[in-house]
Design a protein around this ligand. Structure first.
Ligand code: MSP
Length: 511
């Protein structure tokens, strides 16, 4: 079975921050999870490199625009390496494969009569590159970014969104899962039902902006950056040169985005696809914003959190874990270093780290570092309870992951971790060591087996740590070879295997 997931394309007008990393970490977890299920996964990310914002930023940096975008795009790729993002392809909107696709789409829609020329007169926000209808403008400020609008008057090309408004309403109403979470679905539906859609201006005269993809039917214009960027979702999976591949991968299973870019993804994009004769994506999932002291992070506010700084200090997995666990995916979250340290110390160092360390210490101390062979006949109710909770974890995981409920998935995994820690207290292996070797073997084996299952479950979330866990537990170190179905079977850990205990997984951070 194929599974196709995309992140947005990141603007290269600035270096990456925590908000960008959030979307990609989320996509990465989903991609890794579906690989665990044995699916043929394609995870696409990349950079959005055209438009006025980028051109202006390049000018102020003193570099040639192409050189500027090359440099910033590289920073994104480096960050993804550092964060262990497992994307299968990285698309840049300045690549020939993308330019070709955009021009093919433009020509097709033009030939169909869905693109026409007209005069535009009205408000325009340069930083957002958006035309604003009079009705939506209060004063002279942009409804989105609040900055000053300009009055402009020019000939442009328009895409007939209005023609497909009813089709889109119908599609959203018939497909409950198309826009998630439901609050975002209601937002889009509300917008669509409240007013007639204006057609979308999809061109910019070259006289005003030269950094873009030329319209194939009028060389005096380039394409509006959003119209250009959205097409990456098909140019990145084969359209138009490899239509077999495209047909295998399309429609995408998930477009994961932030809530600020809901409208282009749930209005422009499905209509563009429909006009092209392609199906809409199966689901557009919009997550919330990371805020700092209740404000959205942005360069203009100067409150940007740099993921490289945080991961250098606390490690990649603590960062990934914090972002996914702290806030329910879809809602806004408050970033604070204090909260991250709290999670690191309690969940990662105490609960998870201690469970592994205590268990492996037992194996070293009582069994010379070899996995003991348990005698099943002497299983007690508490052993069975732990084992049954462990093998049923994959079912809970599946339920959460279908809805991109990462916090729910992690909380289910932590319930098992906590149960295993409690089991140690209840079984008191240090007492068993003195009087009951047979029980000691059973208890130790149960803990190791539970840890094996936890390692598989955590692989999508904290891949570097699970690699380390696997090594210490003496199980398959190539975590890419893991399979979800191995979580459903108790007893796969072979007695007699040597473990190799190492330092605790997460050193505690002093507050
Ligand atoms: N280039 C467009 C997307 C084109 S997709 C065809 C764009 N780029 S962006 O770089 O501005 O934003 C990319 C993603 O980062 C968006 O999903 C956005 O929501 C996310 N974030 C940017 N700041 C954010 C926070 N402060 N918090 C969470 N995510 C936010 O938009």
């Amino acid at each position: 079975m194929k599974f196709y997931i995309t992140s947005p394309l990141y603007y290269v007008n600035d270096k990456p921050h925590i908000g960008h990393s959030y979307t990609n970490i989320a996509c990465d977890v989903v991609a890794r999870y579906h690989r665990l299920k044995g699916e043929e996964v394609f995870f696409l990310t990349g950079t959005d490199e055209h438009g006025q914002k980028v051109q202006r930023q390049a000018q102020s940096s003193g570099l040639e625009t192409q050189e500027f975008v090359d440099r910033v795009s590289l920073r994104f790729r480096e960050l993804w390496n550092g964060l262990n993002i497992s994307h299968d392809d990285f698309i840049r909107t300045t690549q020939p494969r993308h330019i070709k696709a955009v021009q093919r789409v433009l020509q097709t829609l033009y030939d169909r009569g869905d693109i026409y020329q007209d005069k535009y007169e009205g408000w325009y926000c340069t930083p957002c590159e958006t035309f604003w209808p009079e009705l939506q403008v209060a004063g002279q400020n942009c409804p989105d970014c609040g900055r000053n609008l300009e009055q402009i008057k020019e000939q442009n090309y328009f895409f007939k969104l209005s023609r497909y408004q009813n089709w889109l309403i119908d599609h959203i109403e018939k497909n409950n899962d198309f826009i998630q979470p439901v609050s975002r679905r209601n937002e889009t539906l509300g917008f669509l039902k409240n007013q007639p859609l204006s057609d979308l201006c999809i061109s910019r005269p070259k006289a005003r902006l030269s950094w873009g993809i030329e319209l194939p039917f009028d060389r005096d214009y380039v394409t509006y950056v959003w119209f250009d960027a959205l097409i990456n979702y098909i140019s990145g999976c084969g359209y138009p040169d490899d239509m077999d591949r495209f047909k295998n991968l399309w429609p995408a299973d998930f477009h994961v985005i932030g809530k600020d870019i809901l409208r282009p993804h749930t209005i422009y994009w499905p209509i563009m696809l429909h006009s092209l004769g392609f199906e809409p994506p199966k689901c557009v999932f919009a997550h919330g914003w990371w805020k700092v002291q209740d404000e959205k992070m942005s360069k203009s506010k100067g409150n940007i959190v740099d993921p490289v700084e945080v991961t250098d200090k606390y490690g990649t997995d603590a960062y990934r874990y914090f972002l996914l666990r702290e806030v329910s995916f879809g809602l806004d979250g408050a970033y604070s270093e204090q909260a991250l340290i709290g999670r690191l110390n309690s969940d990662l160092a105490n609960d998870l780290g201690n469970l592994l360390h205590r268990t492996l210490t037992m194996v070293e101390k009582y069994f010379d570092g070899l996995v003991p062979a348990p005698e099943d006949s002497i299983q007690q109710p508490l052993d069975k309870e732990l084992a049954s909770k462990a093998v049923s974890l994959s079912e809970l995981l599946e339920k959460c992951m279908q809805n991109l409920d990462f916090a729910g998935a992690l909380s289910a995994i932590w319930e098992l971790i906590n149960k295993a820690n409690k089991y140690i207290e209840e079984m008191a292996p240090w007492k068993l060591a003195k009087k009951d070797q047979t029980r000691l073997k059973v208890v130790t084996y149960h803990l190791l087996e539970t840890l094996r299952i936890i390692t598989i479950a955590l692989q999508p979330f904290i891949p570097q740590t699970t690699k380390n866990m696997a090594k210490q537990l003496g199980i398959e170190e190539n975590i890419e070879n893991y399979q979800l179905k191995d979580m459903e079977q108790w007893g796969l850990l072979r007695p007699g295997k040597r473990i190799s205990k190492d330092k605790p997984l997460f050193p505690r951070v002093k507050v």
